[in-house]
Design a protein around this ligand. Structure first.
Ligand code: GLC
Length: 798
């Protein structure tokens, strides 16, 4: 990889496997490296230096603290602590931001449900853990301060946040009026600051409080007074002068900046707490939370409860494989990220502003796959929620909000994905009753989930174009192919990828219809149309060495040798294999084309050559520079399907190569932390491809389908432990050098401890499977009784 710079200075950031934490050693990372801390009602996004924002319930309507997007490299504002030496007037922030005095020692540990920032500056050590309790609508900052000086020190401490105007959309569009509704004051009886807005929508929801365990001796709630004109959070006037304003605010921009002093003898440590939350208009709720989270014994227990919640969840799936980064990612961070994506779709991140997109229909269907082994009931609820976003004609909202409103633009693929989710849900749980659950249709009436699934498939068949493939409509999985099928050009453009998905998801529908006794004549008919579609794809979309991608309204081929730019697309090769549309020969040929033309040492490009000449019948893909996002970027989400495809072709080494080359801790080191930019402990959406001058920089970390599919690809296709309706299938496809490895997995409420031995170094093939001492026939372990544990010994061999 000549054009990257492997010798860029590296820091020593790394995993702490015992604590299940990622330890960041350098505060000035190229992009903020964040954590999500949430109980699904109160959510904190927190960067390593304290940047980020908090919201309650949802990121659009109930924003608690402010964050300014598009302000990088500042990463502001956030949750800050200001320390001011009462004798010398020296000022610093233990998190480094926002005062940015370089600490003598600094580290940030992102953990599961909490983060901890520790530093020492001017002989004062401060260690602050921020967490959200499992059952209360607040965040708690636990700060331990130690005086390492030889003399006594008095420090004035000011915790700081900037309050948001609650509705994040309105904040941007109607700030000029909204901020006049603000109201903030100090309540000495409760030792807290209150903040709320004189606006009926918020008044119904409640007030925000910010309290501390120490007696508040001064405060400022007016942003302009706190910061001072033409200053910033780095040098606020109140902190520099040490003089609080102690005046309530009506109709001005509000911050929360309570202050108090701590005097510490040499060697002495003291702990203080900050509680920031929402009272939901319930009398005494704030008081309850403040009392609770300023009590050291309770805080300790609540933090331990957060950690054990995660231990419990993660214990459902643990692996031990010959690659340490893989083991750590699968056991901890990949599952953690999958939960974040399951909760927040592509809605609220450091890239997504929490405003306009909401919950993505196709995204959330995919995200469900990562939570099935942990919280099948939550997935069941999500399936019902998703089904309720469909219309009677079978298509669905593209994105939607919790209030039921959604984006009605028709896409070629969205609706189809629900069949995948339902199929995988049934395989994981055996629960066929989901098919008889009833959900609404957006445009009236209701139907069973089975009916929703069927309508999705029928919609795609009904809405087919001249080649007999489903129409693309606005776009398909690739949101940027959005000029292919235009109303003004007759809306004829078709998607080969959607056709492949229709075959795969349709077959899944037929399977669960069979299991549930719903295999009637209409399903028989559907099955035969699926078989014909498979043949048709092979007839019309095989280009010689790979499958084409789409056909425009004017019948131009996208993704063929003749196409000029965008000749070869990754997805229709991997999905040809996934959907079993390709026979083995075509599958191998297509995936070899991918390897030869699209692969790089840091991931597979989405297409080649990139679009340069602005053809106007393709879509917004051409607006991205070459190598970025969908325009020949290394789109990590799509890489995961290539991993699965290679396992289905039995090519373990290539599958593993694809898996490892985008594994965050590895790719970050290959590219160099600074050049790669984003967090090395979670997947990102894309890495700039070789066609871009900044090849190797990555973006859109956290909220990406990459996380769930990497988890599925590794655990279900490389290790090959796959839930089926009849039991747990064992079908590994691993490098021959892997001689032994293991997985502990919960499946239908029983625990399977599975040990793999590979004495002859094969990549695929099972010689024997022994369950609790008894060999089984075939490769599917029958479902074990709930509550039991079994030992499974798998011996691989020809
Ligand atoms: C983004 C979208 C996802 C889409 C992908 C490719 O990740 O959230 O829905 O499939 O981009 O365009």
């Amino acid at each position: 990889m000549q054009d990257l710079a492997p010798d860029l200075p590296q820091n020593t950031n790394d995993f702490d496997a015992v604590q299940k934490e990622y330890v960041i050693k350098s505060f000035a990372t190229e992009r903020p490296w964040i954590n999500y801390i949430s109980n699904n009602r109160y959510t904190v996004l927190l960067s390593q230096t304290g940047g980020g924002y908090s919201f309650w319930k949802d990121p659009k309507s109930c924003r608690i603290t402010k964050y300014r997007y598009d302000n990088h490299p500042q990463d502001r504002p956030g949750r800050y602590l200001y320390f001011r030496d009462a004798d010398t007037g020296q000022v610093w922030s233990p998190g480094w931001q926002p005062v940015m005095v370089s600490p003598d020692q600094w580290e940030c540990r992102h953990g599961l449900g909490y983060s901890k920032i520790t530093s020492t500056t001017y002989n004062i050590e401060a260690s602050t853990t921020i967490f959200v309790p499992n059952d209360d609508d607040c965040e708690v900052w636990v700060s331990r301060v130690t005086n390492h000086d030889t003399k006594s020190r008095t420090i004035k401490i000011t915790p700081y946040v900037e309050f948001a105007l609650f509705n994040a959309m309105d904040e941007y569009s109607a700030y000029f009026n909204l901020h006049f509704f603000n109201d903030a004051k100090f309540d000495p009886d409760l030792n807290t600051l209150w903040y709320y807005m004189h606006h009926h929508s918020w008044m119904e929801l409640g007030k925000v409080f910010m309290a501390t365990s120490e007696k508040i001796t001064g405060y400022t709630v007016d942003r302009r007074q706190f910061i001072g004109n033409y200053r910033s959070e780095s040098n606020p006037e109140v902190i520099e002068t040490g003089i609080d304003h102690n005046t309530p605010v009506l109709g001005l921009d509000c911050v929360g900046a309570p202050s108090f002093e701590l005097t510490l003898a040499p060697g002495e440590s003291r702990e203080f707490y900050v509680v920031l939350g929402v009272d939901n208009n319930v009398p005494d709720r704030a008081k309850h939370m403040i009392t609770k989270y300023t009590d050291p014994a309770i805080v300790k227990i609540e933090l331990a409860n957060v950690k054990s919640k995660w231990e419990n969840w993660l214990s459902n799936l643990q692996v031990d494989v010959p690659d340490l980064d893989t083991t750590t990612m699968i056991n901890v961070w990949n599952q953690y990220q999958a939960k974040v994506a399951f909760d927040w779709s592509r809605w609220a991140s450091y890239y997504h502003t929490g405003t306009y997109r909401g919950i993505g229909f196709r995204d959330t269907n995919q995200d469900c796959l990562g939570m099935l082994h942990i919280m099948p009931t939550a997935v069941r609820d999500k399936i019902k929620l998703l089904a309720g976003q469909m219309f009677t004609d079978g298509h669905s909202h593209h994105c939607f909000f919790f209030d039921g409103s959604g984006d009605t633009m028709k896409y070629g693929d969205d609706h189809l994905w629900i069949n995948l989710t339902v199929h995988r849900y049934i395989c994981e749980t055996g629960d066929l009753s989901i098919l008889d659950e009833v959900a609404r249709y957006v445009d009236g009436g209701e139907g069973t989930i089975h009916d929703h699934c069927r309508r999705a498939l029928e919609y795609a068949f009904r809405e087919s174009g001249p080649h007999g493939l489903p129409k693309m409509f606005f776009a398909d999985w690739n949101d940027c192919l959005n000029n292919i099928c235009l109303k003004e050009k007759g809306e004829r453009g078709e998607s080969v990828m959607v056709a492949q998905q229709l075959v795969m998801f349709g077959n899944m529908f037929c399977e669960f219809s069979k299991w549930s006794g719903k295999y009637d004549d209409s399903v028989v008919d559907l099955q035969s149309r699926l078989n014909s579609l498979k043949a048709r794809i092979n007839e019309v979309a095989w280009d010689g060495n790979w499958y084409t991608r789409a056909y425009t309204d004017d019948n131009r081929t996208i993704g063929g040798v003749e196409s000029g730019e965008g000749q070869l697309f990754l997805n229709t090769q991997s999905w040809a294999v996934l959907s079993e549309v390709a026979n083995e020969t075509r599958g191998k040929t297509a995936m070899n084309s991918v390897y030869d033309r699209l692969n790089t040492p840091v991931g597979i490009k989405l297409l080649d050559p990139p679009y340069r000449s602005f053809p106007n019948d393709v879509g917004s893909v051409i607006h991205y520079p070459e190598g970025i996002k969908e325009n020949a970027g290394i789109f990590c989400h799509a890489n995961t399907w290539a991993i699965i495809a290679e396992t289905m072709l039995g090519r373990a080494d290539r599958a593993m190569q694809y898996y490892l080359q985008i594994l965050p801790p590895k790719v970050a080191k290959t590219i160099g932390f600074d050049r790669y930019r984003v967090e090395p402990y979670v997947y990102c959406q894309f890495i700039a491809g070789p066609d871009h001058p900044n090849h190797g920089y990555a973006s859109h970390s956290w909220l990406t389908g990459t996380s769930v599919w990497s988890l599925v690809a590794f655990t279900q296709h490389i290790l090959g432990v796959r839930p089926t309706f009849d039991g747990l299938q064992i079908d590994p496809c691993v490098p021959g050098t892997w001689k032994s490895f293991s997985m502990n997995r919960r499946f239908r409420n029983a625990d399977y401890a599975i040990t793999f031995h590979n004495p002859t170094g094969v990549s695929t093939g099972i010689k024997s499977i022994v369950v609790d001492g008894t060999p089984i026939n075939g490769t599917i372990i029958p479902v074990q009784p709930a509550g039991t544990s079994v030992q499974v010994v798998v011996t691989m061999g020809a």
